[in-house]
Design a binder for this molecule. Sequence first.
Ligand code: GLN
Length: 228
Amino acid sequence: MSAPETPSAKIDTTMKIGVLALQGDFDAHRLRLEELGAEVVLVKKPEQLDAIDGLVIPGGESGTFLKLLGEEGFAKLKDFVHAKPTFGTCAGAILLATEVENPQQKGLGALNIRIRRNAYGRQIDSSIRQGLLGSSPIEMVFIRAPKIEHVGEGVEILATEGNDPVAVRQGKTMAATFHPELSEDTRVHKAFLELVGDALVEQTRGLFSGKPSLSGELIRNRRTDSGQ
Ligand code: GLN
């Protein structure tokens, strides 16, 4: 019997998406992104960042991520998130922020938000709630979730739960305080893949006009990879 055709076989894409795989729930993201047709790389070493078009930073424990990254890993990740599309969920959202509270810790500064770790307290440390993505209802799984306490200039609110912003975007950076990889709804990951697709188009335009629109170094790596 021949293998059933997977949905990904029908999607024509060359997108290579990395999932930071130091700890946390990276595999659920891998499955979702593959289901949507992306090629997924589990990123365990900083140099793997050179070969991907976008990155997902999963949930986990943001303080542990910082320890595992070390100074050098953090610096390399910071360069990446300022050059290429990145999507952080929960602990990933905390890492991407400019300001982190409870306790204070450093952030990558790609999202102009103030975020509070473990903001819902111990009693309700996990819950499934219904929120709004734009104006349509969507299931949201929260696990020891942070709260976005302040949204600064340039940040667009993509999703809300009650009065709280729970998914945001600034330029090519996206974050959610919930875990879309744990629900069946694929819309949030699709939105991220669209962001990556747009950045690739922009990058190609930059190459043709001689003015790279994203990091020059990353583009040079891409040319070397393809032997041009
Ligand atoms: N509480 C975690 C932190 O502060 C985040 C929880 C999660 O990623 N599910 O980093």
